[in-house]
Write a protein that binds this ligand. Structure first.
Ligand code: ACO
Length: 335
């Protein structure tokens, strides 16, 4: 049996309408636009409305990805939603999407690997297609981080934003699509970035709410050091596995957490600025949604053409990391 090549057939993204600028944050915490821009590169972020949940964002992004892939929801065999902000603990956000899309033949589940979640999802879904288990899979990264951020904590509130990105995976021409993957985890760094409340260790109580246990906690400096190291290592490793060199990279699509982290990785990989997708100035860090939204914008902005080698690389809470190399199969797809 020949193992088929698997790649991305269509991309889509959705950002909530409401923008929150840095000057809006100046009114809530002791910060400045100048500090946020110079330390992170973030200028604004999108915020969901009170009645919007993660599945609402994921649904909109999915419709676009399906349309661009030219398949119907009924053809999907698998739906994976990477998220740390599901609508509820269960049913999974993927189940909610499955029902809303009418993807009656699809198995569906959520995947929690923080900002690396989308890359974990891509890896699992592509292997399922390669082995013949499914023909088409929908992988979504979607977050409503504004709902788990302590708006009084300037260490975290300035960083995050809400949004969703989705891709449809399927068979592509031989030699195209995913060429290599790498995933990793270091549970020892779990307390650098975590949300203590709401699970079985610390269920919601009056006290846990009062103690702000249901908000993100972060040791920014440790995450920063880890991120710079891992972005370079993973990019080099997936390139090597694909038999490629740094100069073969047409586009790097990194996780969008901090411009200084992206720049450090870019310099170590000796890539010029125009080969790196950056959109965190507009959206902040959207965790699992950052990479698929950046990819969708690059595709729609005609930054990607058939035969290009793309490196997707990310890191996140867990700690987790992941990367892959894609030889792009689709012709340029305008908006
Ligand atoms: N506004 C103004 N001042 C601030 C702010 C703020 N929002 N936040 C911190 N400061 C202050 C600090 O209190 C400190 O003051 P001090 O010197 O008087 O003590 C000073 O600014 C410097 O603080 P640092 O923490 O040293 O700032 P740093 O340059 O490290 O930047 C940052 C902080 C932006 C958080 C950075 O460490 C970072 O980006 N880390 C990675 C975070 C990350 O990527 N998280 C997401 C991971 S992905 C996921 O899974 C969700």
């Amino acid at each position: 049996m020949t193992i088929p090549s698997v790649g991305i057939l269509g991309t889509g993204s959705y950002l909530p309408e409401k923008k929150m600028m840095n000057i809006d944050l100046e009114k809530i915490v002791d910060t400045t636009d100048e500090w946020i821009v110079s330390r992170t590169g973030i200028k604004e972020r999108r915020i969901v409305s009170d009645d919007q949940a993660t599945s609402d964002l994921a649904y909109e992004a999915s419709l676009k990805a399906l349309q661009r892939a030219g398949i119907t929801a009924e053809q999907l065999g698998l739906i994976i939603v990477a998220t740390v902000t599901p609508d509820m603990t269960f049913p999974s956000t993927a189940n909610l999407i499955q029902e809303r899309l009418g993807a009656k033949k699809a198995a569906s589940f959520d995947l929690a690997a923080a900002c690396s979640g989308f890359l974990y999802g891509l890896t699992m879904a592509s292997q399922s297609i390669r082995t013949g288990l499914y023909q088409y899979a929908l992988v979504i990264g979607a977050e409503s981080l504004s709902k788990i951020v302590d708006w009084e904590d300037r260490n975290t509130s300035v960083l995050f934003g809400d949004g969703a990105g989705a891709v449809v995976l399927g068979k592509v021409d031989e030699g195209y699509g995913f060429l290599s993957f790498e995933l990793g985890a270091d549970g020892g760094g779990g307390d650098f970035l975590y949300l203590p409340g709401g699970g079985s260790r610390c269920p919601a109580t009056e006290k846990s709410v009062k103690n702000k246990q249901h908000y993100v906690k972060m040791n920014g400096k440790e995450v920063f050091k880890f991120a710079v190291r891992v972005m370079e290592q993973v990019s080099e490793s997936v390139l090597e596995k694909a038999g490629l060199l740094k100069e073969d990279v047409a586009l790097l699509v990194p996780h969008q957490a901090n411009l200084r982290i992206i720049d450090a990785a870019r310099k170590r990989l000796e890539l010029p600025e125009d080969k790196v997708v950056v959109n965190l100035d507009k959206y902040g860090n959207m965790s699992s949604a950052s990479i698929p939204v950046a990819l969708d914008e690059a595709v729609r902005g005609n930054q990607v053409k058939r035969g290009d080698h793309l490196v997707l690389v990310g890191f996140g809470g867990g700690l987790t990391w992941g990367g892959c190399v894609i030889r792009w199969d689709q012709e340029m797809t305008s908006a």
